[in-house]
Design a protein around this ligand. Sequence first.
Ligand SMILES: [Zn+2]
Ligand SMILES: [Zn+2]
Length: 226
Amino acid sequence: MAASSMTVKSFTFNPFQTNCYIAHANGEAALIDPGTHTAQERQAVLDYLERHALEVTHLLLTHAHIDHIFGCAFFADHFGRPFQMHAADKPFIAQAEEQAKGFGFPLEQPPLPDTFLEEGDTLSVAGFTWKVLHTPGHSPGSITFYDEANGFAISGDVLFSGSIGRTEGLPQTSLPQLMQSIFDKLVPLGDDVTIYPGHGTQTTVGAEKQRNPFLTGQVPGVPAPE
Ligand SMILES: [Zn+2]
Ligand SMILES: [Zn+2]
Protein backbone atom coordinates (compact mmCIF):
# COMPACT_ATOMS: atom_id res chain seq x y z
CA MET A 1 0.00 0.00 0.00
CA ALA A 2 1.19 3.50 -0.73
CA ALA A 3 2.08 5.54 2.29
CA SER A 4 0.18 8.68 1.50
CA SER A 5 -2.74 9.75 -0.63
CA MET A 6 -2.26 11.56 -3.87
CA THR A 7 -2.18 15.32 -4.29
CA VAL A 8 -3.70 16.70 -7.48
CA LYS A 9 -2.41 20.16 -8.36
CA SER A 10 -4.29 21.97 -11.10
CA PHE A 11 -3.12 24.79 -13.34
CA THR A 12 -5.18 26.68 -15.90
CA PHE A 13 -3.22 27.63 -19.01
CA ASN A 14 -3.47 29.26 -22.44
CA PRO A 15 -6.22 31.37 -24.06
CA PHE A 16 -8.59 28.34 -23.99
CA GLN A 17 -8.31 28.18 -20.17
CA THR A 18 -7.31 24.53 -20.22
CA ASN A 19 -6.54 22.61 -17.04
CA CYS A 20 -3.18 20.91 -16.65
CA TYR A 21 -2.66 18.54 -13.72
CA ILE A 22 0.26 17.28 -11.70
CA ALA A 23 -0.82 14.28 -9.62
CA HIS A 24 1.79 13.22 -7.10
CA ALA A 25 2.64 11.18 -4.01
CA ASN A 26 5.80 9.73 -2.51
CA GLY A 27 8.01 12.03 -4.60
CA GLU A 28 6.66 10.73 -7.93
CA ALA A 29 4.37 12.55 -10.33
CA ALA A 30 2.27 12.27 -13.45
CA LEU A 31 1.96 15.34 -15.69
CA ILE A 32 -1.34 15.41 -17.55
CA ASP A 33 -2.41 17.69 -20.44
CA PRO A 34 0.46 20.20 -20.63
CA GLY A 35 -1.42 23.12 -22.17
CA THR A 36 1.42 25.52 -21.36
CA HIS A 37 1.37 28.27 -23.96
CA THR A 38 4.04 30.67 -22.69
CA ALA A 39 7.49 30.37 -21.13
CA GLN A 40 5.95 31.63 -17.89
CA GLU A 41 3.36 28.83 -17.87
CA ARG A 42 6.05 26.23 -18.59
CA GLN A 43 8.09 27.63 -15.73
CA ALA A 44 5.13 27.37 -13.34
CA VAL A 45 5.07 23.60 -13.97
CA LEU A 46 8.82 23.24 -13.60
CA ASP A 47 8.83 25.33 -10.42
CA TYR A 48 6.10 23.21 -8.85
CA LEU A 49 7.96 20.00 -9.67
CA GLU A 50 11.15 21.39 -8.23
CA ARG A 51 9.54 22.87 -5.12
CA HIS A 52 8.01 19.48 -4.27
CA ALA A 53 11.10 17.52 -5.39
CA LEU A 54 9.04 15.42 -7.81
CA GLU A 55 10.29 12.87 -10.27
CA VAL A 56 7.95 12.79 -13.27
CA THR A 57 7.28 9.14 -14.11
CA HIS A 58 4.29 9.60 -16.44
CA LEU A 59 3.48 12.06 -19.24
CA LEU A 60 -0.18 11.64 -20.14
CA LEU A 61 -2.81 13.13 -22.44
CA THR A 62 -6.57 12.82 -21.93
CA HIS A 63 -6.89 13.68 -25.63
CA ALA A 64 -4.90 15.50 -28.28
CA HIS A 65 -6.80 18.74 -29.00
CA ILE A 66 -4.33 21.57 -29.37
CA ASP A 67 -5.30 23.40 -26.20
CA HIS A 68 -4.19 20.34 -24.20
CA ILE A 69 -0.89 19.82 -26.01
CA PHE A 70 0.74 23.25 -26.40
CA GLY A 71 3.50 22.20 -24.01
CA CYS A 72 3.87 18.63 -25.29
CA ALA A 73 7.02 19.14 -27.36
CA PHE A 74 8.75 21.05 -24.56
CA PHE A 75 8.00 18.53 -21.80
CA ALA A 76 8.59 15.49 -24.04
CA ASP A 77 12.00 16.92 -24.83
CA HIS A 78 12.65 17.93 -21.22
CA PHE A 79 11.84 14.45 -19.86
CA GLY A 80 13.18 12.55 -22.88
CA ARG A 81 10.05 10.68 -23.91
CA PRO A 82 6.71 11.25 -25.66
CA PHE A 83 3.33 11.60 -23.95
CA GLN A 84 1.11 8.51 -23.63
CA MET A 85 -2.33 8.74 -25.23
CA HIS A 86 -5.02 6.77 -27.09
CA ALA A 87 -4.27 5.86 -30.71
CA ALA A 88 -7.58 7.24 -32.01
CA ASP A 89 -6.37 10.80 -31.35
CA LYS A 90 -3.14 10.25 -33.28
CA PRO A 91 -4.34 12.31 -36.29
CA PHE A 92 -4.79 15.35 -34.01
CA ILE A 93 -1.28 15.19 -32.63
CA ALA A 94 0.17 14.40 -36.06
CA GLN A 95 -1.39 17.63 -37.37
CA ALA A 96 -0.76 19.70 -34.26
CA GLU A 97 1.45 22.27 -35.93
CA GLU A 98 -1.08 22.82 -38.73
CA GLN A 99 -4.02 23.02 -36.32
CA ALA A 100 -2.24 25.60 -34.20
CA LYS A 101 -1.44 27.71 -37.26
CA GLY A 102 -5.16 27.79 -38.03
CA PHE A 103 -5.65 29.50 -34.66
CA GLY A 104 -2.64 31.75 -35.20
CA PHE A 105 -0.63 30.13 -32.40
CA PRO A 106 2.94 28.96 -32.63
CA LEU A 107 3.30 25.31 -31.64
CA GLU A 108 6.29 23.05 -31.85
CA GLN A 109 5.39 19.63 -33.30
CA PRO A 110 5.32 17.09 -30.43
CA PRO A 111 6.86 13.64 -30.93
CA LEU A 112 4.39 10.83 -31.64
CA PRO A 113 4.27 8.09 -29.00
CA ASP A 114 5.29 4.61 -30.12
CA THR A 115 2.82 2.80 -27.88
CA PHE A 116 -0.73 3.80 -27.04
CA LEU A 117 -3.13 3.48 -24.11
CA GLU A 118 -6.52 1.79 -24.37
CA GLU A 119 -9.54 0.76 -22.29
CA GLY A 120 -8.54 -1.55 -19.45
CA ASP A 121 -4.87 -0.59 -19.35
CA THR A 122 -3.47 0.17 -15.91
CA LEU A 123 -0.69 2.53 -14.93
CA SER A 124 1.24 2.49 -11.68
CA VAL A 125 1.54 6.13 -10.64
CA ALA A 126 3.43 6.89 -7.44
CA GLY A 127 2.36 3.58 -5.94
CA PHE A 128 -1.29 3.87 -6.98
CA THR A 129 -3.11 2.04 -9.75
CA TRP A 130 -4.73 4.17 -12.42
CA LYS A 131 -7.20 2.52 -14.74
CA VAL A 132 -7.54 3.80 -18.29
CA LEU A 133 -11.17 4.24 -19.39
CA HIS A 134 -11.90 4.95 -23.06
CA THR A 135 -14.40 7.84 -22.98
CA PRO A 136 -14.85 8.97 -26.61
CA GLY A 137 -17.37 11.43 -28.03
CA HIS A 138 -15.62 14.79 -27.64
CA SER A 139 -12.72 13.20 -29.52
CA PRO A 140 -12.38 9.58 -30.67
CA GLY A 141 -9.37 8.95 -28.45
CA SER A 142 -10.51 10.67 -25.25
CA ILE A 143 -9.46 8.70 -22.18
CA THR A 144 -10.03 9.06 -18.44
CA PHE A 145 -7.47 8.19 -15.78
CA TYR A 146 -9.32 6.65 -12.83
CA ASP A 147 -7.68 6.30 -9.43
CA GLU A 148 -10.01 4.17 -7.33
CA ALA A 149 -7.97 4.29 -4.10
CA ASN A 150 -7.91 8.09 -4.12
CA GLY A 151 -11.43 8.45 -5.49
CA PHE A 152 -10.80 10.66 -8.50
CA ALA A 153 -10.92 10.64 -12.28
CA ILE A 154 -8.95 12.94 -14.58
CA SER A 155 -11.28 12.96 -17.52
CA GLY A 156 -10.39 15.74 -19.96
CA ASP A 157 -13.24 17.25 -21.96
CA VAL A 158 -15.93 14.67 -21.15
CA LEU A 159 -17.86 15.89 -18.10
CA PHE A 160 -17.62 19.45 -16.78
CA SER A 161 -19.13 21.17 -13.77
CA GLY A 162 -22.60 21.94 -15.14
CA SER A 163 -21.81 20.95 -18.72
CA ILE A 164 -20.14 18.44 -21.03
CA GLY A 165 -17.38 18.43 -23.64
CA ARG A 166 -18.09 20.21 -26.91
CA THR A 167 -19.33 18.14 -29.83
CA GLU A 168 -20.17 20.98 -32.24
CA GLY A 169 -17.74 22.52 -34.70
CA LEU A 170 -15.02 19.95 -34.04
CA PRO A 171 -14.03 17.00 -36.24
CA GLN A 172 -14.84 13.41 -35.28
CA THR A 173 -17.18 14.17 -32.38
CA SER A 174 -20.40 12.39 -31.40
CA LEU A 175 -22.89 13.63 -28.81
CA PRO A 176 -24.56 10.19 -28.37
CA GLN A 177 -21.13 8.60 -27.91
CA LEU A 178 -20.14 11.28 -25.39
CA MET A 179 -23.32 10.72 -23.37
CA GLN A 180 -22.68 6.97 -23.49
CA SER A 181 -19.15 7.55 -22.17
CA ILE A 182 -20.56 9.63 -19.30
CA PHE A 183 -23.34 7.18 -18.39
CA ASP A 184 -21.46 3.92 -18.96
CA LYS A 185 -17.99 4.88 -17.74
CA LEU A 186 -18.10 7.90 -15.38
CA VAL A 187 -21.48 7.68 -13.61
CA PRO A 188 -20.85 4.05 -12.45
CA LEU A 189 -17.66 5.19 -10.67
CA GLY A 190 -19.92 6.44 -7.86
CA ASP A 191 -21.28 9.70 -6.50
CA ASP A 192 -18.27 10.49 -4.33
CA VAL A 193 -15.71 10.30 -7.11
CA THR A 194 -14.05 13.64 -7.84
CA ILE A 195 -13.89 14.65 -11.48
CA TYR A 196 -10.89 16.73 -12.55
CA PRO A 197 -12.08 18.13 -15.90
CA GLY A 198 -10.20 19.64 -18.83
CA HIS A 199 -11.88 23.02 -18.26
CA GLY A 200 -13.49 24.67 -15.25
CA THR A 201 -13.56 23.67 -11.61
CA GLN A 202 -13.43 20.19 -10.16
CA THR A 203 -16.70 18.48 -9.35
CA THR A 204 -18.09 15.08 -8.32
CA VAL A 205 -20.13 12.49 -10.17
CA GLY A 206 -22.92 12.92 -7.59
CA ALA A 207 -23.07 16.71 -7.98
CA GLU A 208 -23.31 16.41 -11.76
CA LYS A 209 -26.02 13.73 -11.54
CA GLN A 210 -28.06 16.19 -9.48
CA ARG A 211 -27.62 19.45 -11.33
CA ASN A 212 -25.93 19.01 -14.71
CA PRO A 213 -28.71 19.61 -17.28
CA PHE A 214 -27.12 17.07 -19.64
CA LEU A 215 -27.44 14.39 -16.98
CA THR A 216 -30.91 15.24 -15.72
CA GLY A 217 -32.78 15.13 -19.02
CA GLN A 218 -33.18 18.92 -19.27
CA VAL A 219 -31.43 19.27 -22.62
CA PRO A 220 -33.68 18.49 -25.59
CA GLY A 221 -32.46 15.43 -27.47
CA VAL A 222 -30.32 14.21 -24.57
CA PRO A 223 -32.21 11.54 -22.63
CA ALA A 224 -31.72 11.12 -18.89
CA PRO A 225 -30.25 7.83 -17.71
CA GLU A 226 -32.59 5.06 -16.56
ZN1 LIG B 1 -10.85 18.96 -26.29
ZN1 LIG C 1 -10.12 21.30 -24.02
